[in-house]
Ligand binder design. Structure first.
Ligand SMILES: Nc1ncnc2c1ncn2[C@@H]1O[C@H](COP(=O)(O)OP(=O)(O)OP(=O)(O)O)[C@@H](O)[C@H]1O
Length: 318
């Protein structure tokens, strides 16, 4: 049985090693991007260029700091994975670097550079998102209105549409991986368990990511869509994320119930998709239904959802 790490409420990860991805460690500098037209800025940073201001958070992949570039005073977020991290965590941060250096979208958190310290610590310099995550906002301000969710959904779908067009599956869409800034821009972050699909029929390992947000076909590919390719799994996770931001709690479990892996898996695979409360509009209900189709082949794609009527709701600040 997979290792279940229950670090905090609803953050159940199933970090299974992926045999196809057991690549040897490579020293920095990283291999060049396969996309020569990529103009995302991956600058030269040295550890001494940056001054640490505060800790922003801890994830499975390491610690994220708010830092300031000493010469330019520009503030960044610095994700550091320490040299003593387990091999899987180090593999994840290298995968995250590999993906971030290939992405260039206003809807994906921007990467400004990488470095490896002589101690073996590996660091990613990222754009600083000064509000935090959608999870932070939910805890601070309470639930989101439909108009706010339409704004969030449009931005995340633009990000997913970009990633999927570049054959990148995120595999861990959830409120704490969607970053927000003061301009109310929402960007996809944390690519630690993401995957670049090299071939059209590449299978996607089912047991990575946060299991609470996993789609039925990740647990049971034969019943819910056969060849699991991952793209529609990101849409399921987005549907659950928006649902949670609307009702203020994770949809599959009664309020206050502590989740365990088996209960969640049964609810996701054998139960009906969750239903929004009665006051939800027809458009929102339809949008969530299109994301939460249990049969993965019936789920709408990111580009289809971008033309769903729910997204034309009048905008509202997060
Ligand atoms: N670019 C960023 N700007 C501002 N804060 C950030 C940024 N990236 C991450 N953070 C903060 O650091 C925290 C930890 O991020 P990290 O990506 O390491 O893990 P996580 O997504 O919270 O957890 P997990 O690894 O379990 O998914 C985030 O929850 C967020 O609060």
């Amino acid at each position: 049985m997979a290792l279940v790490r229950d670090r905090r409420h609803l953050n159940l990860r199933l970090p299974m090693p992926e045999p196809s991805e057991r690549r040897p460690r490579f020293p920095l500098p990283l291999p060049p991007s396969s996309n020569p037209s990529n103009n995302s800025v991956v600058a030269d940073f040295a550890p001494n260029d940056l001054e640490t201001l505060q800790v922003l958070g801890h994830g499975n992949g390491g610690t994220v700091y708010k830092v300031r570039h000493k010469q330019t005073s520009v503030v960044y977020a610095l994700k550091v994975v320490h040299s003593d991290a387990d091999p899987m965590t180090r593999r994840q941060v290298r995968r995250e670097m590999d993906i971030l250096r290939r992405t260039d979208s206003p809807y994906v958190v921007r990467c400004h550079g990488f470095f490896e310290k002589p101690s073996g610590d590996v660091a990613i310099v990222m754009e600083y998102m000064d509000v935090g995550t959608l999870d932070t906002l939910l805890k601070k301000n309470g639930t989101f209105s439909e108009a706010q969710l339409a704004v969030v959904a449009r931005q995340v779908l633009n990000g997913l549409s970009y990633l999927h067009a570049h054959k990148i599956v995120h595999r861990d869409i959830k409120p704490s991986n969607l970053l927000v800034n003061q301009k109310m821009e929402v960007k996809i972050g944390d690519f630690g368990v993401s995957k670049m699909m090299c071939r059209t029929l590449d299978a996607c390992n089912s047991y990575v990511g946060t299991c609470a947000y996993m789609s039925p076909e990740r647990f049971d590919p034969d019943t819910y869509g056969g060849n699991y390719n991952g793209y529609s799994g990101d849409i399921w996770s987005l549907g659950l994320t928006l649902f949670e931001l609307y009702v203020g709690r994770f949809p599959f479990l009664p309020a206050g119930q502590r989740p365990d892996w088996a209960t969640l898996m049964c609810a996701i695979c054998f139960g009906d998709p969750p239903r929004l409360p009665g006051q939800a509009s027809v458009e929102f209900r339809s949008f969530i239904d299109c994301c939460l189709k249990k049969e993965s082949s019936e789920r709408w794609s990111a580009s289809q959802l971008l033309s769903h009527p729910f997204l034309s709701k009048k905008s509202g600040n997060c």
